[in-house]
Design a binder for this molecule. Sequence first.
Ligand code: HEM
Length: 157
Amino acid sequence: MGEIVFTEKQEALVKESWEILKQDIPKYSLHFFSQILEIAPAAKDMFSFLRDTDEVPHNNPKLKAHAVKVFKMTCETAIQLREKGKVVVADTTLQYLGSVHLKSGVLDPHFEVVKEALVRTLKEGLGEKYNEEVEGAWSQAYDHLALAIKAEMKQED
Ligand code: HEM
């Protein structure tokens, strides 16, 4: 893959918006998962912490951990894209991500579901600060990260 152009402005937008959402992890992780389940109700049974409940549980550590990982790793990816023009995730981390998702039954289309949920959560959290440029920067970073995870999942297949 060639060099990816990710600007300083885009990096700044991603970092700034993550700083805002980080201030209320319980709220936004709940919102994020509610959106995932609204878009793809069937995704529920893949998550150990959702399997036996009818509602998205409040203050569940695993739920919060997954939400934070998705946002934080996308933010880290944005920084790498700007600095190096490519995604750099440690091999061991990527292998772990590949195997966890493969084992959980995650398929390629699920990554689009999570992306939409991420965008909706940004919209909710940023209010007036949300715009197409913010969405574009997050989408671009997320797509590259998702691509790396999906490639790893295929290798393990
Ligand atoms: C587990 C990250 C996308 C479903 C995990 C874990 C990480 C992670 C780090 C290990 C558990 C933890 O430490 O929280 C990510 C990242 C993603 C992504 C960075 C996208 C960029 C997805 C998607 C799905 C998914 C698209 C499916 C809708 C799961 C499931 C687990 C998991 C079911 C096991 C959690 C459990 O049942 O406890 N993910 N994930 N992930 N992920 Fe993802």
